[in-house]
Structures are given as structure tokens and as C-alpha cells.
Design a protein around this ligand. Structure first.
Ligand code: ZN
Length: 291
């Protein structure tokens, strides 16, 4: 090759390297299409929140409405992480097995808000998500998991499974500060008025509670307990993260949601978190929102 050719080759290589550096590192798939919540309103926001991190290229798989989901066969294996905004009809056996195999083999799964109510009768799903609620679940689903007297406890007591009071602001308290998702975040930070999920139950195997929020009883509808809000589950070689925040698109503007979701999805995809804590992160007594 002559000198000119070398210079051209170097130029092409530099362009390719720049493209590789600018391209998102991970492929994420959001599954949705059925949900007792406004999935049409929240899915584009979840997608944008992930894209805004610069880390994810995001696809959306939309399950058709109704009981016949036989055509719904997303290629989970083509992704680093699957985010569920799905709560609805059972999936075909082939799709269920594909998701279980995907997580078993090291895939990442993120359960957002009401997706924890899906699939009450699917044993492996309940194992993968650790804790769930609603959907006719009973105390047979497993214990409550709460923060009592300075530690996480499992309470095999009778009572409801999945509940929340009226929308209310609440403080989130980190209980595991040495996890990649929570490392560097302030110990306490405020969420905007949102649903505060409580009375969740499940197999809770290999479960790590990252953060809780106190749900006051009486008119505020809680159990007077510190309920798990952010938690992880180990399943096979895979990583599962749950974020119970974010009832509608409005609550998804909360920086408490945005940052914990972005970090949780990165961790589920890779086992690590490279994102810095932003300057607008909420404080112990003040929530923050983005436009
Ligand atoms: Zn909700």
C-alpha cells in the first residue's frame, strides 16, 4: 500500500472507532401491550429515560390485546436486558420458557411498578421477581419482606397481598449502600407523590432489599411498616431488579425514579453501574423532577 492508502485506512479506522464509542453499549427490550396501568403512556417515557443515559439502544415488544397471546414471541436472547411493563394475559409456554432460559443463562430482567402483579400462577416468574402482589395472590405466595429493628425480616403472617394507599410523597431509605445500584446515592431521598406499594409477598429467594419506604397506616393506607421499594434477585446466572415506583408518566419525571431505574437497568444488563449521580438528585426532604 502507498502512503495515501495508509492515511485513508487510518481515517476509516478512526471513523469506525468513533462510531463504536458513540454507539450505546447495551441492547434493551421493553415488553408491554397489556397492563391495568397506562402502558401506552409510560412505555415511551421508559424508553426515553434509558436512551437519555446514552447506554442503551431500546426496542419495544408489544403483546397483542386479549387472551390469545400465541403470536407473542420476543427474541429475549438478542438483548442484554429485558424490562417488563407488562401485566396481563398469560404468555404461550414457548415464550415463558424462553424468558426463564434467558435469565437462567445470565440475562438481565427489570420489573417496573405494576409488572409485579402479572402472572400470579407462573411459578418461575414469581421466583424470578422475588416479591409480587395482586392478581389473586394469597399468603401462599410467600412471606412479606420488611425492614424491622435494623434488619430485613420475612413475615409469614396472614393478610392481603399487594396494596397501596392514596398517592403521597414518601422518603426512600437505602438499606444496602454497597450494591452497585445504590453506591454513592444519598442514604435518604424523596419521591414525588406516588403509589407506595406494600404487602408484597413472594418466594423472596436470593433477594437483596436495596431500599425501603415507610408506609404509614390509617388514612394513608399503609401497614406502618418499612416496605421494599428497590430490590434485586439472583436467578440462575441472571440478575433481576425491581423498581416499585412510577404509577403514571407524570411520576416517571421524578429524578428518584429516573436515576434508580437507569442504574438498575445498567446493573441488570451488566452487573455493574458506571453512571454518576446527577446534581439534581433529590435530598432527604425535597423531591426533584425533570421537564
Ligand atoms: Zn400504579
Amino acid at each position: 500500500m502507498g502512503r495515501k492508502h495508509w492515511i485513508t485506512a487510518l481515517g476509516i479506522w478512526l471513523v469506525l472507532a468513533a462510531v463504536a464509542l458513540a454507539a450505546p453499549k447495551y441492547k434493551a427490550l421493553i415488553v408491554t401491550g397489556q397492563n391495568g396501568h397506562d402502558w401506552k403512556g409510560t412505555t415511551p417515557v421508559l424508553k426515553k429515560v434509558l436512551e437519555d443515559s446514552g447506554l442503551f439502544a431500546v426496542d419495544v415488544a408489544t403483546c397483542p390485546p386479549g387472551k390469545d397471546t400465541s403470536g407473542f414471541k420476543p427474541d429475549f436472547k438478542a438483548y442484554d436486558v429485558v424490562v417488563s411493563n407488562y401485566q396481563g394475559a398469560a404468555w404461550p409456554e414457548e415464550t415463558k420458557k424462553a424468558l426463564v432460559d434467558y435469565v437462567q443463562d445470565g440475562g438481565g430482567l427489570v420489573i417496573y411498578h405494576f409488572a409485579l402483579a402479572s402472572f400470579p400462577d407462573w411459578k418461575e416468574y414469581n421466583e424470578m421477581i422475588g416479591l409480587g402482589g395482586w392478581g389473586g395472590r394469597t399468603e401462599k405466595a410467600g412471606p412479606y419482606v420488611r425492614w424491622v429493628d435494623g434488619k430485613i425480616v420475612r413475615q409469614q403472617t396472614p393478610g392481603r397481598t399487594g396494596s397501596h394507599g392514596p398517592m403521597q410523597p414518601f422518603q426512600i431509605v437505602i438499606r444496602e449502600p454497597n450494591h452497585p445500584i445504590t453506591q454513592g446515592l444519598p442514604e435518604k431521598f424523596m419521591q414525588v407523590p406516588d403509589e407506595l406499594y406494600g404487602w408484597l409477598r413472594g418466594p423472596a429467594k436470593d433477594l437483596t432489599v436495596l431500599a425501603t419506604a415507610f408506609a404509614p397506616g390509617g388514612k394513608l393506607g399503609g401497614a406502618d411498616e418499612h416496605e421494599p421499594i428497590l430490590f434485586t434477585i439472583g436467578y440462575g446466572k441472571g440478575r433481576v431488579f425491581q423498581n416499585a415506583l412510577g404509577h403514571t408518566a407524570k411520576e416517571l419525571r421524578s429524578v428518584a425514579f429516573i436515576v434508580t431505574f437507569q442504574r438498575g437497568v445498567e446493573w441488570a444488563a451488566s452487573g455493574k453501574v458506571t453512571q454518576k449521580v446527577p446534581d439534581d438528585f433529590p435530598t432527604a426532604d425535597k423531591a426533584s423532577v425533570r421537564p
